[in-house]
Ligand binder design. Sequence first.
Ligand SMILES: Cc1ncc(COP(=O)(O)O)c(C=O)c1O
Length: 383
Amino acid sequence: MKAKQGLSTKCVHAGKTVCGRVAPVASPIFQTSTYYYPKEESAGYIYTRIENPTQEVVEEKIAALEGGREGLVFSSGMAAITTTVLSTVGEGGHLIAFEDLYGNTYTFFKSGLEKYGIDVTLIKAKDATGIGRFIRKNTKAVFLESPTNPLMRIVDIPKVAKVAHKKSVKVIVDNTFATPINQRPLELGADIVVHSGSKYLNGHSDVISGLMAGNRENVQEIKELRTTLGGCLDPHASYLLQRGMMTLSIRMAKHNDNGQRVAEFLENHKKIDRVHYPGLSSHPDHELAKSMMHGFGGMLSFEVKGRRKEANRFLKELKLLLAAPSLGGVETLISVPAETSHSYLSRKERLGQGIKDNLVRMSVGIEDFQDIKRDLNQALSKI
Ligand SMILES: Cc1ncc(COP(=O)(O)O)c(C=O)c1O
């Protein structure tokens, strides 16, 4: 029997390109929009919106890492999500989604999908156990993120999948925060995984991209719609993405280590009211997180003592760490969700979701922990 490869090996080796007699170690960039037909038999490529060998390197890597049969790469995480959902649910269908979602996903579900004849029910993470009562005859899929943004709540993927599958409903998981290094939803029972590749998978804050993985039937259906909607990734960006993915495993090990140490440091800091990190035993879903995840990642949030003014003051005082939205890069990024990722919600809706004015979200990078700690400490001493 062929030995199963480890994740670090898959990051490096999955998706190799061989061009005729040339076998380059580094992946070539097939910077072409179209392909001519040589006299010998053609390799079958027609047009880069449909297929491109540099895109395929990324697609083979994500399929190998997530444990799916096949994968697809997209021009953004939102292109991956919109194409996957439109294809999987379709006109006349019904989607159930957990409401703790990335902002653009939330608005697409809340007000965008009805234009395409798709009904949506938004539910709370605590409804995971009773999800069966939301399933209708025309329900095609359940969509969730875990850990959620920014409170890092954990949804019980095996439980949701068990109930959904009894009614032939597919489960789609946005695995952007965890990455396949820390959590593999397909192994936990999900049918389709989607990602913003702009975050950890690329890892260097210099590419916008998206990915999905699943079985052949699901992927081929979604690929047809990707070809029509046109959300494929440019070959040069595909090259950068596959280059980033090669170091995903070692980057995640450092994000996990720094994330845990920063969470523990902040939890004991007198200027902090509360820390939300699934690796802390004080986190309400710590036991569930332990059962599903192989590491707790670099994403966390915390409430500084005071209000929004104090949260903003803290950000202004940072000297090394960067006040910026987005996440998953090698550098630590810090933002106030009330002003960035969750500014699309009314204050009432936001507070209803537990996202307070003094909440700060942190994407802990791979810098030395002592340097991160020093900067946090000096900025906190100013509020
Ligand atoms: C969890 C999550 N999913 C999807 C997206 C959308 O990805 P992109 O910005 O690559 O379109 C984001 C972006 O922040 C995200 O955080």
